[in-house]
Design a protein around this ligand. Structure first.
Ligand SMILES: Nc1ncnc2c1ncn2[C@@H]1O[C@H](COP(=O)(O)OP(=O)(O)OP(=O)(O)O)[C@@H](O)[C@H]1O
Ligand SMILES: [Mg+2]
Length: 371
């Protein structure tokens, strides 16, 4: 657990951090966000004493960081910086193993550790261990930066805009990977970003900072639903209702889906159906292949004739275009739904078989809480 009590940092007359108090629980991802120059990096750097606080106390598990020897302190804290900071003349594995080397770990052990970490971050050790930084893409270099911070297995990670230099698409890949890693490793993380979507995606709690002070410290969902003041409201933007949908996972809103197999389409079409549920159609091996659509009678006379039956035809669907996974966010479900112009989205397993569906009224209800 990391705790700040009345911590300030002054540079002459400039107050970079102004008496902040906060707590980051063990295993939590705490995201610091706010305008440029508000004091995020300064806050982070005081934890491992790359900067010393001007006043106030920072403790880690109850121990004042000012009282710990700096080397011992930094050994328990991994630090990832925005510019990655890989050493150009060292291979990937030597970059990753740099802290273990400083700690006197023998070569065999630290190279083994470097390979393990490459595996962990999703890069093939055989292919990457001997590469040099200039042979890496931006995203790969960022991953190596994360691996290096993890090399000594520290319980705490400080990450200063670790994915800031990566294009939006690759950034999402890195965020997903970070979440997967974090689920397994459960580090205590302080993470700085400019990107609200990134904060919403990865944070357990978000700290919004302005002029060196904490404006709001809450879960992403709370910040979006109940911004404390106009500054927060402006910061999170007009589409906060939509953004807030990213905080909810599809798996919590799955409803039973009506589904029939492809052979039964004709029989279904001839049956009596009062209400109009969404009916999904499964092909061989239960894989989603389409959805039924009601064919409305063309002429008024036909529509009026007594006992007229609805008839249906199947519209073909590509599961990967229409479906969402249980892990997807409700925001993704909504964008799929709007993209397809349907009232429900199928929730699919890895084989593209239907688990259930997410319905528009459920998404609308979630949004009502904000509007
Ligand atoms: N060495 C320094 N001397 C004087 N002022 C400094 C120094 N370092 C930072 N500052 C000032 O402290 C304030 C906070 O800086 P900090 O780097 O923490 O901001 P930040 O929130 O990380 O910004 P960004 O999002 O641009 O990285 C800024 O006003 C900055 O100009
Ligand atoms: Mg900064």
């Amino acid at each position: 657990m990391i705790e700040f009590t009345g911590v300030s940092k002054r540079y002459g007359d400039t107050v970079a951090v102004d008496s902040i108090s906060l707590r980051v629980e063990a295993g939590e991802v705490c995201v610091l966000i706010g305008p440029s120059g508000c004091g995020k990096t300064t806050t982070l750097k005081m934890v491992n004493r790359m900067l010393n606080a001007s006043s106030g106390v920072i403790t880690i598990d109850g121990r004042d960081v000012a009282s710990l020897p700096v080397e011992q302190l930094r050994r328990s804290i991994g630090y990832v910086i925005q510019s990655v900071g890989l050493l150009p003349h060292l291979s990937v594995r030597d970059n990753i193993a740099i802290v273990p080397r400083l700690n006197g770990v023998d070569r065999r052990t630290r190279y083994k550790r470097a390979d393990e970490l490459l595996d962990l971050i999703g890069l093939d050790p055989a292919q990457y261990r001997l590469k040099y930084p200039h042979e890496l893409s931006g995203g790969e270099a960022q991953r190596i930066g994360v691996a290096r911070a993890l090399a000594a297995d520290p319980p705490i990670l400080l990450m200063d805009e670790p994915f800031g230099a990566v294009d939006p698409l690759n950034r999402e890949v890195l965020q997903t990977e970070f979440l997967r890693l974090q689920r397994a490793l459960k580090k205590t993380v302080m993470f700085v970003t400019h990107d609200l979507d990134e904060a919403i995606r990865i944070a357990d709690t978000v700290i919004l900072i302005k002029d060196g002070r904490i404006v709001q410290h809450a879960t992403p969902e709370q910040i979006l639903a109940r911004p404390r003041d106009q500054f927060v409201r402006d910061f999170v933007g007009k589409d906060r209702a939509l953004k807030r949908l990213s905080c909810f996972a599809v798996r919590d809103y799955i409803r039973q889906a009506r589904q029939i197999s492809q052979q039964d389409v004709a029989a279904y079409s001839n049956g009596e159906h009062d209400e109009e549920p969404v009916v999904w159609v499964n092909g061989p091996a239960g894989v989603l292949v389409g959805v039924l659509q009601r064919i409305t009678a063309q002429s008024g006379a036909a529509a009026l004739s007594a006992g007229a039956r609805a008839s249906f035809r199947m519209i073909s669907l590509k599961p990967e275009d229409v479906g969402v996974a249980p892990m997807s966010s409700m925001k993704e479900a909504l964008s799929r739904l709007l993209g397809q112009g349907m009232r429900a989205v199928p929730v699919l397993d890895e084989r593209n078989c239907i688990i259930g569906e997410v319905r528009l009224p459920d998404i609308e209800e979630l949004n009502q809480a904000v509007l």
